[in-house]
Design a protein around this ligand. Structure first.
Ligand code: 6PG
Length: 247
């Protein structure tokens, strides 16, 4: 694959040599976005994803340099998706975020809004999360709650957040969070919907390592769930390492 094959990808592509460099670039980008948001409306909201890709970024942000640089007191943390498990389960996205970042920096725990993946009724949990987003964020395009930043990953089958190919969540347009269905365990999920994702001020994909090339090409061709991430009135940035970009 050449980077030219990715020309159909909407948004801006920033290719770094290594996954570690991608994480550093994303940390710098988040700092800029957070400063812009805090200057504009006094707070910074960010939705985090799960998977393995955020680990390097979280390690950087939790390190001594970024602990001092970031205005953590103004952060409000949300989630792009969550797996059906308790918050202390190693599979939980909240658990990942907490153990690798949130408990290591001075973020007010009251500013961390997790999805209740442990609830037996995930539809109810998603409806409550939808209401939480609407009640705590400024209103954006189409009346959707507007997050300042959403960090997304890309699955090998082109899913993002927990918007998996061929699942009902892809068609949900009347709420901001809904139930998702994955093709690997834990299968049951809660996920932001397209209207919520596309209302954000800035959406970023972090994609690193081998195994993502087909998904990137399919995204560029408009064939998979990640293709429909198109912020209405916001930016879209792809942070790739050279392997993922085929460079
Ligand atoms: C999750 C996600 C998911 C993830 C991709 C990429 O809960 O699994 O939020 O959308 O971002 O599957 O995962 P990797 O970073 O592990 O490749």
């Amino acid at each position: 694959m050449t980077t030219n094959s990715l020309e159909g990808l909407a948004g801006e592509r920033l290719v770094s040599e290594t996954a570690q460099e991608v994480a550093g670039t994303v940390a710098t980008w988040i700092e800029a976005e957070s400063r812009r948001a805090i200057a504009g409306h006094g707070a910074f909201s960010i939705a985090l994803s799960g998977g393995s890709t955020p680990r390097l970024l979280n390690a950087i942000l939790a390190g001594p340099e970024w602990r001092e640089r970031m205005e953590w007191a103004s952060w409000n943390v949300y989630f792009a998706d969550e797996r059906a498990c308790p918050p202390d389960d190693p599979a939980s996205n909240y658990h990942l975020a907490t153990t690798t970042l949130l408990s290591l920096v001075p973020i007010d725990p009251a500013h961390v809004h997790r999805m209740s993946g442990e609830r037996p009724d995930l539809d109810a949990a998603a409806i409550e999360y939808s209401a939480l987003l609407a009640g705590s964020l400024p209103s954006g395009p189409g009346g959707a709650p507007r997050l300042d930043v959403i960090l997304l990953g890309l699955g090998e089958n082109g899913h993002t957040a927990s918007l998996f190919p061929g699942t009902p969540a892809l068609g949900v347009t009347d709420r901001w969070a809904t139930r998702g269905l994955a093709d690997y365990e834990p299968f049951d999920r809660i996920t932001l919907t397209y209207p919520a994702i596309n209302a954000a001020a800035a959406v970023a994909f972090m994609v690193t390592g081998a195994g993502k090339d087909e998904a990137l090409l399919a995204t560029a061709r408009g064939e998979v769930p990640a293709s429909r991430v198109r912020p209405t009135d916001g930016t879209l940035t792809w942070f790739l390492d050279a392997v993922a970009a085929g460079a």
